[in-house]
Design a protein around this ligand. Structure first.
Ligand code: NHR
Ligand code: GAR
Length: 222
């Protein structure tokens, strides 16, 4: 058995940070062979900062001042990240669009969880859009971050039925419960070396990943 060094993971959040907590717990449980080196929020009032501190994680706020420019914000963000030398960066409910130079600096080692079955419903308000379109299924996707918003190679997605009577609140809660399963799983693969980035694409188990992996959640899980 080959022995791999434990990776350092940085997590970027903007809100509640429930995905960050799921990832940190998976690290603590040994399901992801990584340690959370830093949790960064782009706003001081992100609830996830409190949860991260309660878990004993190092936290930092890199705020973007109203009217402040994106480039200066990203320079501060990159300086904070690079000081910890993270092997992998997880966007977890991070709500700021990142410019191409920033993304390219971390290409192949930055992942995001997006609440839709990509390529459907890139961008915001996905739960509302799925309900309005009366779609039968919804889910979440873990993808590598590229300059194209929500457009990078998808590694793993969850898929679950929309239930009659679902509201944005009930649907998003069920989708999020699947996020807490699929995001740690993908980070675990990355830390094991099963998932990697080569020649501008995602590789899984030694082969280019030419279509996303799919996990069906047919029965209600909460
Ligand atoms: N950046 C790049 N270059 N590529 C991706 O794939 C990214 C990204 C930054 C964030 C997360 C994403 C999501 O999962 C993400 C993926 C924010 C917005 C947005 O419109 C869209 C998508 C995502 C995150 N943000 C507004 C903005 O102007 C502000 C919204 C707000 O602050 O309330 O940054 O869906
Ligand atoms: C998650 O459901 C994530 O998929 C979504 O926001 C939630 C964050 O929750 N991400 C986006 O909408 C990105 N635009 P959390 O802060 O509790 O992890």
């Amino acid at each position: 058995m080959s022995v791999r060094a434990q990776l350092t993971l940085a997590i970027l959040i903007s809100g509640r940070g429930s995905n960050m907590v799921a990832i940190a717990r998976a690290c603590a449980a040994g399901q992801i062979h990584a340690r959370v080196g830093l949790v960064i929020a782009d706003r001081a009032d992100a609830g996830g900062l409190t949860s991260a501190r309660e878990l004993g994680l190092e936290t930092l706020t890199v705020a973007r001042e109203p009217g402040g420019d994106r480039a200066a914000f990203e320079q501060r963000l990159a300086a904070a990240l690079d000081a910890r030398r993270p092997d992998v960066i997880a966007l977890a409910g991070f709500m700021r669009i990142l410019s191409a130079p920033f993304v390219d600096h971390y290409l192949g080692r930055m992942l995001n969880i997006h609440p839709s079955i990509l390529p459907a419903h890139r961008g915001l308000h996905t739960h509302q859009r799925v309900l309005e379109a009366r779609e039968a299924h919804h889910g979440a996707s873990v993808h590598f971050v590229t300059p194209e918003l929500d457009g990078g190679p998808v590694v793993l997605q969850s898929r679950l039925p929309v239930q009659p009577g679902d509201t944005e609140a009930t649907l998003s809660a069920r989708v999020q419960a699947t996020e807490f399963i699929i995001y740690p799983r993908v980070l675990g693969w990355f830390a094991q070396g099963r998932l990697s980035w080569q020649d501008d694409s995602a590789w899984f188990d030694g082969k280019p990943l030419d279509h996303p992996l799919l996990e069906e959640f047919s029965a209600p899980i909460n």
